[in-house]
Write a protein that binds this ligand. Structure first.
Ligand code: ACO
Length: 326
């Protein structure tokens, strides 16, 4: 089998910034509460006319450029999102058009915050099997569009953004060494956007009852997240044949600093080795991991040969972890 690695990264964030102090004017909350409970200070939000594909397109261009490719080299585009521009066409097809990747197949996947890790795992299979050479995986979200800005339990937690990566064959022994994906649909009710699909189609009543917005049981998600981040990382490390103390760097999903710290503690991992940017951006769902990865790479925090683990959890419920020799 070929080895498959990440050979380029890119990210893009909408310009408009919303601080905790701005939120104090919108809902009954305080900067102090948000910071101490979550670690978040501010987040980016897309202006009215900006959709998920607009952010995804910019992140994609940056990743393609970073890998030294042109859009026509791309064989497959996978977009992970829970906030597609619309149900169809897929956001991946809109990105394909925007960047001129006329030789690429394109589809969306939905695994909520774990979407990017699911996406690179799917892309890896297409390259390993010899079907494709250059795969573009994007995590992109505009959660701000599906938040209830009157619900302080949810609206303070999320932000908008997009991150992208190019997957290509790499030298043997490098690239993705192993991945571990999982799901527990029986706990799916903890995190939902109930209306707008075929179960509860959008109607005047669904809008009146806020059913097209994110609904969340925060404390259940919190408990699940701490447990699964550690478990999923352990599983991926085990199947790579490495040990926990071989990890040089971790890029976790950026939902809550307390979740990240608790997971790092369970894994006996020093916080110096963990990338955190949720203070600036909040939880960007499928975009969190690829934006953090792009920042860490560009800052030089990750060096060739480093063992990097990506780990995420999210709606579904879903989770995933990848171990990569950079
Ligand atoms: N400002 C002020 N008070 C608030 C706010 C706010 N923004 N939000 C909630 N509160 C209040 C509640 O009303 C509640 O008050 P009450 O006790 O009088 O009823 C109290 O604060 C809740 O306190 P705790 O339960 O102790 O809060 P906790 O420490 O659990 O933090 C939080 C809540 C931040 C939501 C936490 O549970 C969490 O991070 N959970 C995980 C959420 C998550 O990661 N979701 C995303 C998953 S990824 C995806 O797929 C999208």
């Amino acid at each position: 089998f070929l080895s498959v690695g990440i050979t380029g990264t890119g990210s893009y964030l909408p310009e408009k910034e919303l601080t905790n102090f701005d939120l104090e004017n919108i809902v009954d909350t305080t900067d102090e509460w948000i910071k101490t409970r979550t670690g978040i200070s501010k987040r980016r939000v897309a202006e009215d006319k900006i959709a998920t594909s607009d952010l995804a397109t910019e992140a994609a261009k940056r990743a393609i450029d970073n890998a030294g490719l042109s859009a026509e080299d791309i064989d497959l585009i996978i977009v992970a999102t829970v906030t597609p521009d619309m149900a169809f066409p897929s956001t991946a097809c809109i990105v394909q058009k925007n960047i001129g990747a006329k030789n690429a197949a394109a589809f969306d996947i939905e695994a909520a915050c774990s979407g990017f890790i699911y996406g690179i795992t799917i892309g890896e299979q297409f390259i390993k099997s010899g079907v494709y050479k250059n795969v573009l995986v994007i995590g992109a979200e505009t959660l701000s569009k599906i938040l209830n800005w009157k619900d302080r339990n949810t609206c303070v937690l999320f932000g908008d953004g997009a991150g992208a990566a190019i997957l290509q064959p790499v030298k043997e022994g490098y690239g993705i060494l192993s991945s571990s994906l999982g799901a527990d649909g029986s706990s799916g009710d903890y995190l939902t956007q109930p209306a707008g699909g075929s179960r509860i189609p959008a109607s005047i009543e669904t809008v009146a009852n806020n059913l097209h917005y994110v609904q969340m049981d925060g404390s259940e998600v919190f408990k699940f997240a701490v447990r699964i981040m550690a478990k999923s990382t352990l599983q991926a490390i085990e199947s790579s044949g490495l040990k926990l103390n071989d990890i040089d760097y971790m890029i976790p999903h950026q939902a809550n600093i307390r979740i990240i710290e608790a997971a790092a503690k369970r894994l006996n991992l020093d916080m110096d080795k963990v990338y955190v940017n949720l203070n600036n951006y909040g939880n960007m769902s499928a975009a969190s991991v690829p934006v953090a990865l792009d920042e860490a790479v560009r800052k030089g925090n990750i060096k060739t040969g480093d063992i990097v683990t990506l780990v995420a959890f999210g709606g579904g419920l879903t989770w995933g972890s990848s171990v990569i020799r950079w």
